[in-house]
Design a binder for this molecule. Sequence first.
Ligand SMILES: [Zn+2]
Length: 261
Amino acid sequence: MTKISSKGFVMASFPYRDRDRMLHILTPEYGLISASARGACSVKSKLRPLSNLFSLCNYEFFYQKERFYVDDGDVIEAFVGLSESIEHLTAASHAAEVFRDLTRNSPPDSRYFDLWAYTVYEISQSEHPVLISRLSTLRLLAEAGYAPQLDSCCICQRPIKGKADFSFRTSGILCGRRDCSGNTSEDSIRLSEGTLALLRHILTANLNRLYRFTVTEDVVENASQFLDLYLCEKMEKNYKKLDLLENPFDIDLSGLKRNCD
Ligand SMILES: [Zn+2]
């Protein structure tokens, strides 16, 4: 049995056995780990506040037979602002699902932890939490090696200014020359100049400047459409949580509960 100390974000929290909870915790050094918190559903348990979804905590783990067990810890930040609106909670839940999917089978890398830290903070504070959530998934994919080519034509490599068609098949923008754009079809989307500027910023900005920008409603709409399609294409999965905001009465809300009962 080994004792391990690490800070971590709770990315998922499920009831497990009788009064336990199973946590998925994103850590800087160990990546995404599964850890059980024994008795954490009990009102008196000291592990209960360490098991709340999205909380950032200092953890003390036991590590035994390739399993993590939460032994103790303290809450650094609970991000209570996320609970104040369904929009903020849904935005955080969407991004968390993507971060979990991508980091589950990735080598530990503190860049994922840092990106999530800036993202969850920004979602909790922002007036545009859903846009922040969507943009975070692009930067996450880029950090994992799946950045789209947005500076130059992905066929002829000529720099492109202004609007451009993005081809999902070639994962980059195309210039207007016939040789390059001749094969654009259903698999492409027109990106405005403002959208391209926003996406380029997200791919290259330092994390402390990542969510510092202003955008028009047109850009939000165009970028959101692209970001959802790009995420689906790269992760080979349809993410459904943001649908909740379009059809709030059609979807089971139980997956969004933050605290255990
Ligand atoms: Zn070209």
